[in-house]
Ligand binder design. Structure first.
Ligand code: SF4
Length: 220
C-alpha cells in the first residue's frame, strides 16, 4: 500500500473552530477530495501559542525601521511576535516528514503572501506581508522559482530566443504572484515532451499529485 504524503494544513481550513471569532474556514475541496490522497496534519499557530477562542484579532505591523511585529488589532502595544516566532521555529524544525502545506490566505499568522501590513499608527498599509508562522515555512515562490529556472536551463539549447524569453517571463510572472505555478510547469512540461531528458523524466516535480486534483492550481 502506498504511503500517503503528510501535508500540513491551517486548522481552520480543516474545519476546526479555531478562528479568532470562534468560526472555521473549512475547505470542501481539501476535506472531501484531497483528504483521500494525503494525510493532513492540522495546526493553528495562534492557538498553539496559547491564545483562546474567541480572541482579539491580530495584525502585522511594520515599524519605521522596517521590522515586522505581530500585534493585537485593538492595541498595537500588545505584541505576540516573540511567542509566534519561537513556536514557528521549533514547529518547522521538527517537520521532517511533511511534504507541503496548505495555508489560509490573508491571515497574519498563516497567510503565504499579500497579507496586509499596518504602520505603527494603525494605518492600513500595503498587502505585501507574509504570515509570521508561514514565513518560517521552507517552500516558497522563491524556492519554486529557483527550481523552475534550474529546469529551464536544460532546454536553453533547444529553444529559440523568443521561446526562452517567453519561458523566462512566465517564470517571473509566477515569481511575482500574477500566475499560478501551473503556468510555468505546463510550459516546461510541454518542452519536456518536445525535448525529452532522461533525468527530468524521472523527477516527480512535474507530476507530484493526481491530475484530477488539479492541486497545483490550489497551492501556490
Ligand atoms: S492562525 Fe491559521 S489556523 Fe489558526 S485560525 Fe488563523 S489562519 Fe486559521
Amino acid at each position: 500500500m502506498i504511503k500517503k504524503p503528510v501535508i500540513g494544513i491551517s486548522g481552520c481550513l480543516g474545519g476546526s473552530a479555531v478562528r479568532f471569532d470562534g468560526g472555521h474556514k473549512r475547505d470542501d475541496f481539501l476535506m472531501d477530495k484531497l483528504v483521500e490522497w494525503v494525510t493532513f496534519r492540522p495546526v493553528c499557530p495562534e492557538m498553539a501559542i496559547g491564545l483562546p477562542v474567541p480572541r482579539p484579532a491580530l495584525r502585522l505591523v511594520r515599524s519605521t525601521q522596517g521590522n515586522i511585529r505581530m500585534c493585537f488589532s485593538h492595541d498595537q502595544n500588545e505584541d505576540v511576535t516573540e511567542r509566534m516566532t519561537e513556536f514557528s521555529r521549533s514547529y518547522m524544525d521538527k517537520l521532517k516528514d511533511v511534504s507541503g502545506f496548505v495555508v489560509c490566505a490573508k491571515s497574519p499568522s498563516c497567510g503565504m503572501e499579500r497579507v496586509r501590513v499596518y504602520d505603527e499608527n494603525g494605518n492600513r498599509g500595503r498587502k505585501d506581508g507574509v504570515g509570521l508562522f508561514t514565513s518560517r515555512k521552507p517552500a516558497s515562490r522563491k524556492n519554486h522559482t529557483n527550481v523552475l529556472m534550474h529546469i529551464q536551463g536544460y532546454f536553453s539549447n533547444y529553444l529559440s530566443t523568443r521561446q526562452r524569453k517567453e519561458l523566462s517571463e512566465v517564470i517571473l510572472n509566477y515569481r511575482s504572484g500574477t500566475l499560478p505555478l501551473l503556468a510555468p510547469l505546463t510550459l516546461l512540461k510541454h518542452y519536456l515532451g518536445e525535448y525529452p531528458n532522461d533525468y527530468l523524466l524521472t523527477q516527480n516535480y512535474f507530476d507530484p499529485y493526481p491530475d484530477e486534483l488539479a492541486l497545483r492550481l490550489m497551492v501556490n
